[in-house]
Design a protein around this ligand. Sequence first.
Ligand code: ADP
Ligand code: MG
Length: 295
Amino acid sequence: ATPTALMVGTGRGAQLGVLIKGPEVLETTRRVDTVVLDKTGTVTTGRMTLLAVHTAEGVTEHEALRLAGALEHASEHPIAAAVAAAAAERTGTPPAVQDFESLPGLGVQGVVDGHRVVAGRADLLAERAQPLPPALAEARRAAEATGRTAVAVGWDGAARAVLEIADAVRPTSAEAIAGLRTLGLTPMLLTGDNTAVAAAVAAEVGIPPEHVVAEVLPEQKVDIVRRLQDEGKVVAMVGDGVNDAAALAQADLGLAMGTGTDAAIEAADLTLVRGDLRAAADAIRLSRRTLATIK
Ligand code: ADP
Ligand code: MG
């Protein structure tokens, strides 16, 4: 391809809301056959809201929200923002946190008001000998069956609450995914969230169950991309989070949501400026067209 034609393609990309790091990126874009999509913040808006607080016997909603809110106040995860906002609204200024630790893809922990608190995936709490009591396990199951994320909260050695968080699928995601398929690409959903939530979102946007990979730790996202490449696939990865950065770099083509984190944008080759997933298909169509006219 001539440099001039590629520059024209790059300029056209900007009009479509796609920021391209360098003209050579279009060459890779054209060869892509598999598009791996992160769920939270990519296929969904990532703007989460707290819908319900389920507590164990003897625990108040106020107590659970105050402790979880203090921890999540220190985290940058979209789930954390929802919990921190609801907690601030209902329980006021969060207490200080000591020994805060973020466990990427799992949750957060720290000491609040003298209590050792952990919030995150139920299996994270189970590993710390804090399995959900039956009533909370049932609340979790019901939440996840409808595509909501259940955040388990434990302190002083026991799981004591489940926070029910809802995220919304972006209104353009189903159309964007249909557009990728029209181009002959295979869209896949990749998430650290649990299988039930992933399945509900996949069904909503038209991704078949065999193309869904859930409960993946951030460092495993890279491995999934690498495995697809080993199978001979040319992989594009679309993500937004700090936890997607390594996979974006590993992919043949990394696409970051413009609404995402700086880490994702820096690791990517392309940025979907408006955070509209349809621009991913536009970029691939553009690269094919740009390079076809040069032949
Ligand atoms: P995704 O791949 O969908 O963007 P992540 O890898 O960021 O999701 O997170 C995976 C799961 O880990 C979340 O669905 C949630 O259950 C849990 N988790 C991660 N960070 C937090 C946090 N700050 N608070 C509570 N739970 C969290
Ligand atoms: Mg994400």
